[in-house]
Ligand binder design. Structure first.
Ligand SMILES: Cc1cc2nc3c(=O)[nH]c(=O)nc-3n(C[C@H](O)[C@H](O)[C@H](O)COP(=O)(O)OP(=O)(O)OC[C@H]3O[C@@H](n4cnc5c(N)ncnc54)[C@H](O)[C@@H]3O)c2cc1C
Length: 409
């Protein structure tokens, strides 16, 4: 493999993008540290899906495709309900779940475990300052000792600290849609008879999805509240906010809400996108939601693993990091823009704001489910998922036997 030199690289964030990149960089012989703010590995999150040959190829090259196939949720049809809970129509499984659907927790754990032999993980810490100098970046951590790195990668999500330190405040880059979403483990009322299936309830501006897969029940709530502000670190306040927003909702929503206070995996965020005109600054580069969050529906998980592969590949083949970062951006930007375009309509699609818009959405669902139109939606989303040429780079599938010995802290 053509590579200039091995480097000491810090990755901030251990969810999807971070571990995917750690796997590749460690395999290429770099000295990789991943720092994650959470005290332990973060479980939780709803179902995420992969579609098309590009996603399949990257996961296969990483050596995780078969493991993920074994974790497929097996989600079946999803029934769309009216405000009173009466069934209006059924969406085919592939409509929402793509060709491979896993829970975010299972995906993150698979990538974390695959990368563990190739990278050092530090939990419960965060970068505090980044000071770039001629030959590297001096990183001051909130808890650990100050260290020098050759390169720093921000894979720390939509509220990235790395981005704030290297590019400035989040407000300059975050585009809010006005919709918010939350996922958590929830007990589904048994009379709904959910087994490998889901129901989607709406009233104007709100959605409650309740599903059962792999023997577990889970909920996804979406609501429209333009201008709403929240603290992205204060989970207790987020739970209160969700409870208030759905307090007067009908159907089985009160039963769903009873799971909120004790939900250990409660996740809440806005349906927002990150739009930047460059993803690197000197020796610092962004990856995943930190760089291009597309919002749910924009295939953020696919973008994260494809981006990790491309960044590692460009670093392996370019003469220096500046050229690698430029080529990574050139290759990934058109792809990220297409995925963002797809994710931009997620809120309107999931929780239309008025009764009229809700009716129109349901009409569109009916049309897309019709025999003659079936497959159109899948075709459109798969076309977006495949809208990048994947270079070979000569990166080989990592094997545990080849891994260096790395002592975890
Ligand atoms: C617990 C969880 C649940 C989620 N559930 C869903 C879901 O149900 N549906 C959906 O569409 N998307 C969900 N997401 C977001 C989804 O994972 C991303 O949109 C996508 O996979 C891109 O991944 P990413 O690794 O770039 O960013 P993210 O998955 O957002 O991961 C960022 C990681 O960086 C960590 N981090 C943040 N700040 C710092 C810091 N200062 N220092 C170190 N680490 C830091 C975070 O704790 C997190 O582990 C969830 C994310 C998380 C973390």
């Amino acid at each position: 493999m053509d590579r200039v030199s091995t480097k000491k690289i810090l990755i901030s964030g251990a969810s999807i993008a971070g571990p995917a990149l750690a796997l590749w960089l460690g395999r290429c012989g770099h000295d990789v540290t991943v720092v994650e703010r959470a005290a332990t590995f973060r479980e939780g999150g709803g179902a995420v899906d992969y579609r098309g040959s590009v996603h399949r190829e990257v996961l296969a090259r990483m050596g995780v495709l078969d493991t993920l196939r074994g974790l497929d949720t097996g989600m079946g049809e999803q029934a769309v309900l009216d405000e009173q809970g009466r069934e209006l129509l059924r969406l085919p499984a592939s409509f929402m779940s793509g060709e491979l659907e896993v829970t975010r927790g299972d995906l993150a754990r698979t990538l974390y475990e695959a990368s563990l032999p190739f990278a050092r993980y530090v939990f419960g810490d965060s970068v505090r300052t980044l000071t770039e100098h001629g030959t590297g970046v001096t990183v001051d951590f909130e808890h650990g000792p100050t260290q020098d790195f050759d390169l720093v990668v921000g894979a720390d999500g939509i509220h990235s600290t790395t981005r704030r330190l290297a590019f400035g405040p989040e407000e300059a880059y975050r585009r809010d849609s006005g919709w918010f979403f939350s996922t958590f483990s929830a007990k589904a009322p048994s009379h709904l008879g959910l087994r490998d299936s889901a129901v989607l309830w709406n009233d104007p501006g709100r959605m409650v999805g309740l599903g059962n897969t792999l023997g577990e029940d889970g909920a996804m709530l979406v609501f429209h509240a333009p201008g709403l502000t929240y603290d992205h670190r204060d989970v207790a306040a987020q739970k209160e906010l969700v409870l208030r927003r759905f307090a007067d909702a009908g159907w089985e929503v009160p039963a769903v809400l009873r799971s909120v206070p004790g939900a250990p995996d409660f996740y809440f965020d806005s349906l927002s996108q990150i739009v930047m005109d460059r993803w690197s600054s000197g020796r610092v580069v962004l990856l995943g939601d930190a760089a291009w969050a597309p919002a749910p529906g924009g295939m953020g998980n696919g973008l994260a693993v494809v981006g990790a592969y491309v960044l590692a590949g460009e670093l392996a083949t370019a003469p220096d990091h500046a050229t690698a970062f430029a080529r990574y951006e050139e290759r990934m930007r058109p792809y990220a823009v297409k995925c963002q375009k797809q994710g931009a309509g997620a809120g309107r699609f999931l929780a239309p704001v008025t009764a009229k818009q809700l009716k129109q959405r349901n009409r569109a669902y009916r049309l897309l489910c019709h025999r003659t139109m079936r497959g159109l939606f899948e075709w459109l989303t798969t076309r977006t998922a495949e809208a990048i040429d994947l270079p070979a780079y000569g990166l080989s599938v990592p094997s545990r036997a080849e891994a260096p010995v790395i002592s975890q802290l």
